[in-house]
Design a protein around this ligand. Structure first.
Ligand SMILES: C[S@@+](CC[C@H](N)C(=O)[O-])C[C@H]1O[C@@H](n2cnc3c(N)ncnc32)[C@H](O)[C@@H]1O
Length: 221
């Protein structure tokens, strides 16, 4: 079995150089977000956002739910990949970050495909369930507060149609999942959701050691 590559900065630059389908709008959004240094770490990695867009196209998804909008990078990439009648419903608690997101969605001409719900996802997701009913979404991306991942996973699973998939971000959590000294609630919550996903017969999964760890769970038909 081949060993696992550690992607240092040079290799990551190469991956980006060889694969990113970049443009001025995405570059400007990354730069504007990077200008807020403490928050830059929250921004989804560009190759991951491109992967999400590819997933949208590969699965033919037309309805996507996102938990954790931030400055709108992943929602913008997914919205661009949707068919004309498709929609992304994305939720966040921050008016400040999502104002930036809205500006870029408008510039990219996809604002009409994105339905932003401001408020706690713990309330928004059950609300979406009563609005749209169970099984009404094709794809989900969970990238918000780690302590609530388990709750978001259950809510999103109910919203997904059989055969739909949820992508969970940060499932390796900067490597802290294997650090015995990391005993904080966020790391524990990630360890808990990882165990749950492994043992959950309702889904097929793949855990990918890319970016900060991405787990894809497909709801069984
Ligand atoms: C890692 S960022 C999301 C990154 C984003 N997907 C992107 O494309 O860059 C996490 C976001 O989750 C939001 N968030 C935190 N707690 C939340 C909650 N209870 N409900 C909804 N959003 C929440 C934060 O405000 C933040 O914008």
């Amino acid at each position: 079995m081949a060993g696992h590559l550690t992607a240092g900065p040079e290799l990551l630059d190469y991956v980006r150089d060889m694969s990113l389908k970049d443009d001025e709008i995405l570059k400007d959004l990354r730069n504007e977000t990077a200008g807020m240094p403490v928050l830059q770490a929250m921004l989804v990695m560009p190759e991951e956002a491109q992967f999400l867009a590819l997933l949208v196209r590969m699965t033919g998804a037309s309805s996507v739910i996102e938990v954790g909008t931030f400055t709108g990078y992943s929602s913008l990439c997914m919205a661009r990949a949707l068919p004309a009648n498709g929609r992304v419903v994305t939720c966040d608690i921050s008016e400040r970050w999502t104002r930036i997101a809205t500006r870029y969605w408008q510039r990219a001409g996809v604002a009409d495909r994105i339905d932003l719900r401001l408020g706690d996802a713990a309330q928004t997701l059950p609300q979406l369930l009563s609005e749209h009913g169970p099984g009404s979404f094709d794809l989900a991306f969970v990238d918000a507060d780690k302590a609530n991942y388990r709750r978001y996973y259950e809510d999103v699973l109910a919203l997904l149609r059989p055969g739909g998939s949820v992508v969970l971000d940060n499932t390796l959590f900067f490597g802290r999942v294997v650090d015995p000294t990391a005993q904080d609630p966020d790391t524990d919550a990630i360890r808990e959701i990882n165990r749950l996903l492994r043992d959950d017969d309702r889904v097929d999964i793949s855990m990918l050691a890319v970016a900060d760890g991405i787990t894809i769970a497909r709801k069984k038909t």
